[in-house]
Design a protein around this ligand. Sequence first.
Ligand code: SF4
Length: 224
Amino acid sequence: MVQALAKSLRELARLYPPVPPTTDPLALIIWENVGYLIPDDRRQNLFEELAQRVGLDAAPLADAPHDILFDIARRGGMRPADRVERLRHIGRLALEAGGDLASALRIASPTKARTLLKRFPGIGDPGADKILLFSGVETRPALDSNGVRAMVRLGHATEGASYAQAYRSAVSALRDLGPPDRERLIEAFHVLRAHGQVSCKRSAPLCLSCSLDAACAHTATKGL
Ligand code: SF4
């Protein structure tokens, strides 16, 4: 099982070149909140525009002019006015944490660091796992929903009765790969996410062209 997962990850790393990780926790939170259900390239453009026009630090974000934030938010999906408030709220929360979220997370206990991150909009346990991993605060596996779906279909995780159960099963399988290795876990996050977005799509997985087809449990059990 562990060897099969390691083999799948090696194959996916060959298919999806690694993306340089963003390591700043506040930037990662802003990234999640700058748009709603939009493709990555649009999110990237809006994120870069926000960085240029406002900045990615707590104080300028908390005090950012409404017109600038709204101009960016209106291109980021539905309910832009809510997103404006959310972005300012993120800035204020980071200020309450001392202004330097990376330092605040580093000096906090693991439990308090997670609790702090979950105060931010859009950040639940999976989001906290990602930020803690990417920022180097904790070396533990993280996945997004694309990665969880790919792990379940490949047979490396069980679906369970809820997304939370599937998530726990998937990160547990990654944990079983061996001693925690930050770079390897970040790579696993990226390649599984990319695979879930590009091939192992939610409603119509591209199994016929998938290079993991022969090893995929989902193909065998669901006839895709
Ligand atoms: S064969 Fe299909 S279900 Fe399996 S990993 Fe590939 S795309 Fe996903």
